[in-house]
Design a protein around this ligand. Structure first.
Ligand code: AMP
Length: 439
């Protein structure tokens, strides 16, 4: 199928061409015709599948008859409301909407918390057809009477599962009560859990069209999943440093389960000479956006993130993600590894676990329906002061440390295990002399 065949307005098609998209992704091919017809749609798809365009393109098309070049705010009422759980996701949807609407007079704006309300208020007062918002800040604007939602004809709930996890249900209820009942509603979620089905029953018309794309991470052939077992939680930091350095990872998100853990790990990576920064909910919105931009530009190579902060980040062709902490919820594993191997690119998802993570790892294996081989990282009995890089889990001909260690390693190292191809033994420099260690 081609975009042309979908019958989208020429202004929108032009923006799609500018974006360089050749064919619609599966979620786009499935959802766009229904949204164009005005149906309520419940879509199971994650970030990375092209779902933003799947709802934005047909919504813009439906709004085109109302597009006006008048400067009067009254000619630009909010007609489409898109709700997202996090500031980053809201901002990302906004960037997409602005891009796809660039050749039309349709206006858009985004409002989210943590930043000054005044510029948002000014944008709302000037009038916008498409408003993207996080629920809390949207209600702040409603309270301040800077926003009128009485002409909204399309509602989008994006990442609805995450909105429920984050406790937004009461806010959603209040927002929906402010909208005309005669409207089109679209709900997107990573999965159709019983809670999501209940939410859909409340907010969508009966029997919405459901569209579902395979949970790409669970099935994707283009993401290599590796699990490295270390002896104890304290060994994880050294393992992550080695993985990043040995694999020469250039743009990688490292996931932690806590905000404190993210900050601490970013600091520790910096101490190891790795260009790293943390992104999590305790950072100000400004700080988070700056960090994200620097990461996208390649000025920061490692982004340490919590699940909430990373959710929905669209960073093209991320080569790898590392799970420093095994996530508590197996679903989060699927979301995390969905950050890599996007749009046909191959990706690497590496998890570092210690024996205490075994049960969580088994939950993940159950969810993805696949056994993950635990490869032991050698050289964990590292003496204090030893250079962790001298433990060489990978062959790396380009590194001088690698060649000297290889020269020192016997042909049949006791450490050559299942991953023998890559393992070349573990050596540690003691008193300047390489010495082989066993485990
Ligand atoms: P999303 O799932 O909406 O976050 O989109 C993920 C990425 O896919 C974004 O960078 C989009 O620009 C890109 N994208 C969306 N639709 C297409 C398409 N039809 N062809 C190629 N890339 C696309």
């Amino acid at each position: 199928m081609q975009f042309k065949e979908l019958g989208l307005h020429p202004d929108i098609l032009r923006a799609v061409q500018d974006a360089g998209y050749e064919t619609p992704t599966p979620i786009q091919a499935q959802a766009i015709p229904h949204v164009l017809l005005g149906a309520d749609v419940m879509g199971a798809a994650q970030t990375g599948t092209g779902k933003t365009a799947a709802f934005t393109l047909p919504i813009l098309h439906r709004l085109m008859p109302f597009a006006s070049s008048s400067v009067s705010p009254a000619r630009h009422p909010v007609r489409a409301l898109m709700l997202a759980p996090t500031r980053e996701l809201a901002d990302q949807i906004y960037q997409n909407v602005a891009q796809y609407a660039q050749h039309s007079p349709l206006r858009s704006a985004v409002v989210f918390g943590g930043v000054d309300m005044a510029p948002q208020t000014a944008a709302l007062r000037a009038g916008v057809e498409v408003l993207i918002a996080t629920p809390g800040r949207l209600l702040d604007h409603v309270q301040q009477k800077t926003l009128n939602l009485s002409q909204v004809s399309v509602l989008v709930l994006d990442e609805a599962d995450r909105m429920l996890d984050m406790g937004f249900l009461p806010d959603l209820q209040r927002i929906v009560n402010l909208l005309p009942p005669e409207r089109q509603s679209l709900l997107f979620s990573a999965t159709f859990s019983p809670e999501i089905r209940k939410l859909a029953k409340t907010f969508l018309k009966d029997n919405p069209v459901t569209v579902e794309v395979a949970r790409r991470n669970a099935t994707a052939e283009n993401v290599t999943q590796q699990v490295y077992l270390v002896d104890r939680p304290e060994s994880k930091r050294g393992a992550v440093v080695r993985l990043i350095k040995r694999l020469k990872l250039q743009q990688v998100i490292v996931f932690t389960n806590t905000k404190i853990g993210a900050s601490r790990l970013a600091r520790e990576l910096q101490k190891e000479g790795i260009s790293a920064d943390a992104i999590h909910g305790d950072k100000s919105q400004g700080e988070r956006l700056i960090t994200l931009e620097r990461f996208k530009r390649g000025e920061v190579l490692v982004l340490v993130a919590t699940d909430v902060a990373a959710r929905g980040l669209d960073i093209a062709e991320l080569p790898a993600v590392i799970n420093y902490d095994v996530p508590y919820a197996a679903e989060d594993y699927v979301h995390r590894i969905g950050r890599t191997g996007r749009a046909g690119a191959s990706g690497q998802a590496i998890s570092v676990m210690s024996p205490v993570d075994e049960r969580l790892m088994q939950d993940i294996e159950k969810l993805i329906g696949k056994k993950l081989v635990r490869e032991k990282l050698p050289g964990l009995d590292m003496p204090p002061g030893a250079d962790p890089l001298f433990f060489l889990p990978y062959e790396d001909d380009s590194s001088p440390a690698a060649s000297s260690a290889k020269a020192a390693a016997p042909a049949q190292s006791p450490l050559l295990t299942g991953s023998a191809k890559r393992l070349v033994g573990a050596a540690v420099l003691l008193g300047g002399k390489p010495r082989l260690t066993g485990q």
